[in-house]
Write a new protein. Structure first.
Length: 461
């Protein structure tokens, strides 16, 4: 009761808000002071670590240069000079990097040690260069005498000794820096703990008001959740209606295509066939007229072209091979004709599969649309079409080696891929599009299989 009364008085007090601001300011000041102190120490430690790594790498590069030079002096093979040249150039760059790092650190003792190391390395490189010059001049005896003087070993010992001394000095600096970081963190910890204890009192002042706000928020969330559930049900209902409407429109379009194909086949086919028969009857009677013979030949060719056009239109509207031969032969014919027209290599791996008639038509349209997209956009030279049965699923794939695209940047107006996806999902299947710019495209659909159909036996025969 006393705590509640104290909290109520603090909430109503005019000093409550300034006190909260003061506490927050103190916490921020302590935190920022500790952060900048630790950041400065850590930056120095990082620079020291980089200097240590560069120093170790310099010693290794000098060793590599000496090893490559010795290999060349012993064997005379030029390939040993490549590691020497690389190590020599990299050593010069490493010395410059080390100079910049120690200039940033500002350690005078370490800078003097670095200068001694740089002088020793330059002396060593000069010695290696002089030996190579004598060797290339044919003065092998001079080179041997120079090697036997142990000058090179003394230089390397000096480099390693100075490097170890400098590394030991850096280790001491790093240990001291880490100690400072821990001291700063401890100070920050103590300050935060003290300010946290003070802030608990400030937080307690607003707990009661916070609980009240939480109750009001919960009531609003319940109201929002109820409205969200209602809207979600409405969206699901509308989505189901639109899906059913789209499926009906798709079926109606295919039925209309089938009707147009039948009408073209029956009526237009009859007219063109009758016209061709009439030309055949007239031809014998006009054998004597050399002037009319070319016209009759042209008329015959025109009728043949019209019949061929009629057949192509009918096949585009409703593929007769799908109804007569089955899915696998129909896809084989489609791929062969596409390869001939587009001038591409089309490889097929088609197996008879058990699919319902509507699923067969969806698969045929998917492959047809994919081939059309390849001809328009892919700039491919080879296409692979696959059809197989895997357990209770049927898998169809169309892959090309064209320029590909980024699936994440597909424009909203790409109705071809959207149409493919809808056809597959309408048959309770899944569509996957995998593509990478410059590496081709793979369109793969997986549909549920049905009981074996007569199509399978036909395709097998």
């Amino acid at each position: 009761m006393k705590l509640a009364a104290l909290t109520a008085r603090l909430q109503q007090s005019a000093f409550a808000f300034p006190l909260a601001i003061l506490v927050a300011g103190l916490m921020l000041a302590i935190s920022e002071t500790a952060y900048y102190g630790a950041d400065s120490q850590l930056s120095t430690l990082v620079t020291m670590g980089q200097a240590r790594m560069e120093l170790v790498r310099l010693v290794a590069r000098v060793t590599d240069a000496e090893a490559g030079q010795r290999g060349y002096l012993l064997t005379g093979r030029p390939e040993y000079l490549e590691p020497y040249r690389f190590a020599s150039v990299d050593t010069v760059e490493g010395l410059e990097t080390l100079r910049k790092l120690y200039a940033r650190l500002g350690h005078h003792e370490a800078e003097a040690q670095r200068l001694r190391i740089a002088a020793s390395i330059n002396t060593k490189l000069s010695e290696l260069g002089e030996e190579l010059r004598l060797y290339d001049a044919g003065r092998q005896d001079s080179v041997r005498e120079l090697l036997l003087t142990d000058i090179g070993r003394n230089h390397m010992d000096a480099i390693r000794g100075d490097a170890e001394t400098l590394l030991a000095s850096e280790n001491r600096h790093i240990a001291a820096g880490i100690g400072n970081v821990f001291d700063t963190l401890l100070l920050n910890r103590i300050g935060v703990a003290a300010m946290t204890a003070i802030s608990l009192l400030v937080v307690a002042m607003f707990l009661r008001q916070g609980r009240q706000l939480e109750r009001e928020r919960s009531q609003q969330q319940l109201l929002l959740q109820g409205e969200r559930d209602r809207l979600e049900q409405e969206v699901l209902r509308r989505t189901a209606e639109l899906t059913e409407l789209a499926r009906h429109l798709q079926t109606a379009r295919e039925d209309e295509r089938a009707r147009l194909a039948r009408d073209l086949h029956d009526e237009l086919g009859a007219l063109l066939t009758a016209a061709k028969l009439d030309v055949a009857r007239i031809r014998p009677r006009l054998q004597q007229s050399s002037e009319l013979q070319p016209r009759l030949a042209h008329l015959t060719e025109t009728l043949n072209a019209g019949i061929a056009l009629k057949r192509r239109i009918i096949e585009d509207l409703r593929p007769s091979t799908l109804d007569q031969l089955g899915l696998a032969p129909a896809l084989e014919i489609l791929c062969r004709e596409f390869g001939t027209q587009a001038g591409l290599t089309v490889r097929t791996e088609l197996s008879p599969v058990p699919l319902a008639p509507s699923s067969q038509l969806s698969v045929f349209r998917l492959v047809q649309e994919a081939l059309n997209n390849i001809a328009k956009y892919a700039q491919a030279s080879e296409v692979r079409v696959g059809l197989s049965s895997e357990g209770n699923r049927v898998r169809v794939s169309v892959a090309d080696n064209g320029r590909g695209f980024d699936p994440r940047q597909i424009a909203i107006a790409t109705h071809g891929l959207l149409g493919m996806r809808f056809r597959v999902e309408a048959e309770r299947g899944e569509l996957r599009v995998a593509s990478t710019p410059g590496k081709g495209t793979l369109i793969e659909a997986c549909l549920p299989s049905s009981a074996p159909q007569p199509e399978a036996a036909t395709a097998t025969s």
